[in-house]
Design a protein around this ligand. Sequence first.
Ligand code: SF4
Length: 725
Amino acid sequence: MPEVKSTCCYCGVGCGVIIETTANQSGDLVVSGVRGDPAHPANFGKLCSKGSTLHLTAQPHLQKQGRLGFPAIRQNREDDPIQVTWPEAIDTVARRFAKIIHQYGPDSVGIYVSGQLLTEDYYLFNKLMKGLIGSNNIDTNSRLCMSSAVAGYKQTLGMDAPPCSYEDIELASTIFITGSNTAFAHPILYRRLEAARQARPEMKVIVVDPRRTDTAKDADLYLQIQPGTDVALYHGMLHIMLWEKWLDESYIASFTVGFEELKNLVRDFTPKAVAKICGIEEKDLYQASQWFAQSPGTLSLYCQGLNQSASGTAKNAALINLHLATGQIGKPGAGPFSLTGQPNAMGGREVGGLANLLSAHRDLSNPVHRSEVANFWGVEQVPEKPGLTAIPMFEALRTKELKAIWIVCTNPAQSMPDLNAVHEGLKNAELVVVQEAYANTATTLYADILLPATTWAEKIGTVTNSERTISKVNPAIAPFASAKHDWQIALEIARALEQLLTNHKKDGLTTLFPYNSAEDIWNEHRATTEGRDLDITGLSYQILEDHGPQQWPMPKGAAHGKKRLYEDGIFPTKDQKAHFIATPYTATAETVDARYPFALNTGRLRDQWHGMSRTGTLGTLFAHAPEPSIEISPKDASRMLLTNGDLVHVTSRRGSEIFPVKISEDIANSQAFIAMHWGSEFISGSAGKHPSRGVNGLTCSRIDPISGQPELKHAAIKILPVNLP
Ligand code: SF4
């Protein structure tokens, strides 16, 4: 039976998979197995617990139970949706959007997309909103996971591009893992790290995390910092490096600007002061600084612990400062390497699928970039006014400033912070369109119109992983029921809307959307990259099929992409230098106090994916963590007379949820941890059965002022036992 090469849809490692199929009784192909692609440069044939069970999630009986199969419309939010035809659904979405746009203007509507979308889908939605509708109100759930990394790279290095490759894990002498539980969130990369350590036992691994994660337990040096104190830590490390003369003065002088200001700033970050702020030993701070600076190659791996913060950009920049100051960049085994959470958060960045970006890493704020993109698209202009980013978008629904939202391939009614406000926003919306593969998410409950989309094993297009490698995603089976590809749905609605909104149609042009395939869209995206930092004009679908995944940039004439950026010390800034950023340390947006004395941390489980719409269908993936819990330290549990399984009210300034207690040595005193995946559940325990919305009923929606990323990693809470009857 046919086998198809594709890409895992779970995380930003972007592992290659081979999908095995078999024919059912009707002769239709069904997915029968999955194995790692030995030729894929991310995983070389390996898969983690999630990836290796992908085929089970595509079993026909699970599809029938959980998939959205047909377009449907609700007359009232309280009613069940009624199945309609595709033409009826497309026409209704276009007419209702057009009516709202005519009545209130283009900025009265928004599109909220996802890092699960393929690059082609992303490109089309972006063009639809910014080119046709004439608003920049399109943002993505990737805002919640990587926008601080984008801002950090751009501030310091001049462009949004991780400068490293996965093979740098094998080449590094010191690996500095900070704000990342790589063992759980990027398991195949962690296996590469484990293999590298076995091959070269002299390699040092430093882990910085408030929680003693599985990654931290393996470290040569573990710094259990207080939540949100990362900037103080990095400034303190730089202070020691300066004092000990461990810096690369020649690199600083030749390739950077702004060091004097940073030097003045870190003067006050003495080892004693930093040890106190971070809650660590001075000797550990010193050791980390020495290994970082004096190693032949230091690679930093970082993720949501830095990004999901109201000072996320400052954290990213302060870490990159260390690499620049020590010359640990632009050489094998060195560099600041942000790991993306979602499978195609990178692709979304490439096509400018965020409210402040435009195609091919162009900036909305740059008039030349706006004009270039308008010319590409054949529209008069791209609007100048910045669009609503994720958190303000749902807030604008709440205040009724935004009237309509089209939510694609994501579940904000579970995944956004401060869910009470998000649910209020969805209730207040005049029109909610939900384009989804799954029927029963927290968000589909609010949908006026439901549009069924294809998903993994059915889709075609491309994704880009954390190391800038573009891989093909290929279909192995036919779409479920009458589901369509995301780009097809967007295309049909775009063309219908185009008939109703003529203000951006260029004279003589029949359509702004002249595509017949995903490849047509990708080719247009490719053309927009010419001469840009991510130039992929040397790449094609055919090359990806024939020669496998390729890294960008890969301009015309290049035989392959670039493994490492900035090897020549030239940066894509105006002065061609890297920029040190001197940002003072600030505490978390919400501080603990007498009323809310616990610092709540959030994160991933090993075997679950986001809101569990896919992984939650497999019993085998619950063996590792069968139910929601709040983890607290033995000392706190003892103080509150709590034992494992006791139910507690967990309350923040935004809401209250019930969780069973799990006592864990991995949690520091006065801290707590709840995994991000659990959504609407009934929590059972000795004190009965209680509904819960999961951790985002508690989390904080304060955002980083530069990146717009919310502080999902920290909230102040109190914990009180549920009274027994
Ligand atoms: Fe899929 Fe990520 Fe696991 Fe690779 S590491 S198999 S991409 S979930």
